[in-house]
Design a protein around this ligand. Structure first.
Ligand code: ADP
Ligand code: MG
Length: 589
């Protein structure tokens, strides 16, 4: 069975490319052409909407950009179709960059709205421009010729359409299984964790938006030579919604879901167009209504799309462990023992009327293990967020090795070697433990989107996975690396976060309640890991509720209450302090 996965793609690709040579009726070749064209667009939406969580209703408009460029350049300018492909793709990139730059920094709803506006605007532009033939469009597009052979609009073009679709699918599948791909897959879970690992979430949102637009434009370019005429109708908002429907129906987070969705929609649409008028007795666009109902049903009963039903039947393929002899990732020069690392100077954070952190100061030197304790709501996590740039300071300063870092983006602070875990575990549940931990190695690696799509990133991937496994082994979780992170219990998830933070090769590690939710044995193991880190010279700032745990581990403890620093001292001093006792007893009763 495990061979099924390996051979599925080559067999499918071969079948689709050879289809025109087989005794398949013309009707089915035409259908297959449509499916290939639609799948290209849906593929972009799988990445954009399914994987990255960004919804676009405007993909049909990008198809239109590709199609109109092809038709206009072929008919009016008699230009080479290959030049038209370049120009169409370039135009789509420019439009996507403009649209993305304006909306992708804003919260989630602006992009869907902007894509609706873009879809409508382009539709009316195409319909009203004299030079684009208004609503009649551009007629008489010639057929494509390749190496002297006329591809026509049927069997010949089928090969080209499916070549594009299959190569695109392979590129997208490669991308998802890579360093930039993991960054893209992290977009859906909010930006805090990804940014803390050094990922520019804006950049990757823009990347997938542009990529989806390019795939749509390529589909449009092919469409023009397939239909040999273009007019605004196939590029309307309605069509944009239909593309989204294909991606959702097929399987929003699976590359092959795009093909399944495109096929199911195209084939049922044809059936419905014949069947519905017969049933209802009058003609109209009834299939739209039926699709509307179907989409509601699918979202309710198969929110991940139809492809999940196929995936469930396939054996799970663990990643082959091919990284044993990989070279280590680059590591940073570690700070010297006793070197002044972090200075928190009168840090202050105000949430409206609430003073969550009130002029708190302390410092951490190389090799220090500092505890940060205090009752619930004392401001410990907020202090973490101020240090790591998740929140901006209302006052005060934070310095790293003498340099002010307040105001820097979270990902730039990560670059300095400050890494952290979160009180409420932040991870990508549908990625394996290994992949989650490999996210920590993001800043120590460099492969970009193009390299990943072309599969030129494998050597670095091996390095990343070797490092991720090494860090997992360090916390005793190497045997669980292939499990889905979302299937782990809370304790192991916390440990996984520590491994991910260690994977960044930090100079200072901030752990927010690492022992919360851990069983006694796990807690002891964690204590041992932290002591080992201490022996290696790692500097740690540790928020913890379990007094016993902090007492045995830390050199110094900072106590906070109601946002204010109550005292700082050795574990013994803190334990003996009547104020600390009062603070804890006072809130616990
Ligand atoms: P601790 O980690 O010590 O339990 P926190 O730092 O999480 O405490 O919270 C300190 C105080 O700030 C709490 O009263 C909390 O409700 C408040 N707080 C934390 N984050 C926010 C936020 N983003 N907006 C408003 N209030 C917040
Ligand atoms: Mg907290």
């Amino acid at each position: 069975m495990s061979n099924l996965r390996r051979f599925a793609f080559p067999v499918f690709a071969l079948l689709m490319l050879a289809l025109p040579a087989l005794p398949v009726p013309d009707f089915w070749i035409t259908q297959s052409n449509y499916i290939g064209l639609y799948a290209l667009v849906a593929l972009g939406l799988v990445l954009l909407t399914g994987v990255a969580g960004l919804t676009s209703f405007g993909q049909a408009a990008f198809v239109g950009v590709g199609a109109y460029t092809a038709a206009y350049m072929a008919v009016t300018l008699s230009a080479s179709p290959w030049l038209a492909l370049l120009v169409g793709v370039a135009l789509a990139v420019v439009f996507a960059l403009l649209l993305g730059a304006i909306t992708l920094r804003m919260s989630g709803h602006y992009l869907p709205l902007a894509t609706i506006a873009w879809g409508l605007a382009l539709y009316y532009t195409m319909g009203n421009m004299e030079w684009l033939g208004k609503y009649d469009g551009i007629l008489g597009v010639p057929t494509l010729k390749l190496f002297g052979a006329d591809l026509g609009t049927g069997r010949g073009l089928h090969v080209l359409i499916w070549l594009f679709a299959l190569v695109a699918a392979l590129g997208c599948a490669n991308l998802l299984d890579s360093r930039p791909g993991r960054a893209i897959r992290s977009l859906k879970s909010g930006s805090t964790m990804a940014e803390a690992m050094g990922i520019s979430t804006f950049r990757y949102k823009l990347t997938v938006f542009v990529l989806a637009a390019v795939l749509a434009a390529v589909s449009g370019w092919l469409f023009a030579f397939f239909q040999r005429t273009v007019n605004p109708t196939p590029f309307s908002l309605t069509k944009g919604i239909e593309y989204l429907f294909m991606a959702v129906l097929g399987g929003v987070s699976h590359v092959w879901g795009a093909f399944l969705g495109a096929a199911v929609v195209k084939l049922t649409e044809d059936q419905l167009q014949v069947l519905l008028p017969k049933l209802i007795g009058s003609s109209g666009n009834f299939e739209t209504i039926v699709f509307g109902i179907v989409i509601v049903v699918v979202l309710k009963y198969a929110p991940d799309g139809l492809w999940t039903f196929v995936v469930r039947k396939l054996p799970r393929a663990d990643r082959k462990r091919d990284w044993e002899d990989a070279a280590p990732l680059p590591a940073r020069d570690k700070p010297a023992h006793g070197e002044l690392l972090l200075q928190v100077e009168a840090a202050r954070k105000q949430f409206g009327g609430l003073l969550a952190v009130n002029d708190v100061s302390f410092e951490i030197r190389g090799g220090d293990i500092v505890g940060l304790i205090g009752p619930n709501g004392a401001g410990k996590s907020t202090t973490f967020n101020l240090i790591t740039g998740v929140l901006s300071l209302s006052g005060g300063q934070v310095r790293w090795r003498g340099q002010p870092i307040a105001g820097l983006a979270s990902r730039d602070i990560a670059r300095h070697g400050i890494s952290r875990t979160f009180q409420h575990v932040k991870m990508i549940p549908e990625m394996t433990v290994l992949e989650n931990v490999a996210l920590g190695g993001y800043l120590r690696s460099r492969s970009g989107t193009t390299r990943a799509m072309l599969r030129l990133d494998r050597a670095e991937e091996r390095q990343l996975f070797a490092e991720a496994e090494r860090q997992l082994a360090r916390i005793g979780m190497a045997d669980r690396m292939h499990e889905l992170a979302g299937n782990l219990a809370l304790g192991p998830q916390r440990l996984m976060e520590i491994a991910r933070a260690l994977c960044t090769d930090p100079a200072l590690l901030l752990l927010d309640e690492p022992a919360a939710g851990l069983r006694h044995k796990e807690k002891q193991a964690l204590g041992e890991v932290l002591r080992q880190l201490k022996r290696e010279g790692m500097s740690l700032l540790l928020v913890e509720h379990d007094m016993e745990f902090v007492m045995g581990l830390t050199d110094r403890i900072v106590v906070m209450e109601f946002g204010t620093k109550l005292m700082e001292g050795t574990p013994a001093q803190v334990q003996a302090s009547p104020e600390v006792r009062a603070a804890y007893l006072g809130t616990e009763h």
